[in-house]
Design a protein around this ligand. Structure first.
Ligand SMILES: C[S@@+](CC[C@H](N)C(=O)[O-])C[C@H]1O[C@@H](n2cnc3c(N)ncnc32)[C@H](O)[C@@H]1O
Length: 283
């Protein structure tokens, strides 16, 4: 029957079927760019790699030395290109903080792409994510790349976390702030467990978009309310909505958190909105 709920359900089913078709359509071999030496994937037979690629619900992929896919695309248009390791922001982080002797905390490690990159430069990497699925995929990916970070499940918005476990010299904070329901409290706490600085890359709200407000410690911050996709979406935040802050407030909060020097490295426009890359340092 053509009721509105039925039509909506059919539209959702057909969208999900489209996603699944694309997911299954990606070839195993024949990739011609972004070859990465992957010590424990390169020697695998095609059958073993196919098994590895289907055992977990991978949502991004790298290409091994033989042009084969390790992982999978999320869906059409989302992480359907081979991932680059190391990402350019890791090189920037190394340039600014010299990671050689540093302990890095990676916030929101997803499937371990940045974790592998960071592990090549830093003395020690601790990678956390609020989703068990992402924690497991990060551990597996890192192991096949022969890097061995500490990885565990941690929702940084929960009060009950053991702060000793998330202490580090530098934080890698990419693609997570705009998924948080209380980004102000989160940034204010960061200075307590991060000793030197943060590389932060996040969407932000433009002046005209920030039409709601919240008060923290007597200060009022305007934000744009963003609807989150839900717990099943492994890219997403943990609550129904997130709050996108304005750049000037992000800078002020980082300074209040102890990171006195905040450099805006770039702003750029992306599909989901404006985005900023910044480096914050305590001295
Ligand atoms: C958009 S992805 C970004 C992943 C990765 N940092 C990148 O740049 O490719 C956001 C990640 O943050 C995680 N995440 C969301 N909310 C979190 C929270 N409160 N604490 C820790 N991780 C969180 C998600 O599970 C997801 O892996």
């Amino acid at each position: 029957m053509k009721t509105i709920p039925n039509l909506l359900r059919q539209a959702k089913d057909s969208f999900l079927a489209g996603k699944a078709r694309f997911h299954n359509a990606l070839p195993l071999k024949g990739f011609e760019q972004q070859f990465l030496k992957t010590p424990f994937v390169d020697p695998l037979s095609d059958a073993d790699l196919t098994e590895l690629n289907t055992l977990l619900k991978w949502k991004c992929f790298t290409v091994d030395s033989r042009g084969r896919r390790f992982g999978n695309a999320a869906w059409k248009g989302k992480r359907c290109e081979p991932q680059i390791i190391p990402d350019r922001r890791i090189l920037l982080m190394h340039e600014r903080f010299d990671l050689t002797a540093k302990h890095v905390l990676e916030i929101g490690c997803f499937e371990g792409i940045h974790t592998v990159g960071l592990s090549r430069y830093a003395r020690k990497v601790t990678a956390i994510d609020s989703r068990m699925e992402n924690v497991v995929k990060t551990i597996v990916r890192c192991s096949f790349f022969d890097v061995h970070p500490t990885v565990f499940k941690c929702n940084l918005e929960e009060d009950s976390i053991n702060m000793d476990l998330v202490k580090a010299d530098v934080a890698h904070h990419v693609g997570v702030l705009y998924h948080l329901k209380d980004p102000v409290q989160h940034l204010l706490k960061l200075g307590q467990h991060i000793r030197l600085g943060v590389l932060l890359d996040t969407h932000y709200a433009l002046e005209g978009e920030a039409n709601e407000s919240l008060a923290v410690n007597g200060r009022v911050y305007r934000y744009k309310r963003h609807q989150e996709a839900g717990l099943e979406d492994v890219f997403s935040g943990m609550y129904d909505h997130s709050k996108w802050l304005m750049i000037k407030d992000i800078v002020a909060i980082l300074q209040d958190s102890g990171f006195k020097s905040v450099e805006i490295v770039e702003t750029r426009n992306e599909r989901n909105g404006p985005r900023v890359l910044m480096i914050a340092q305590k001295s």
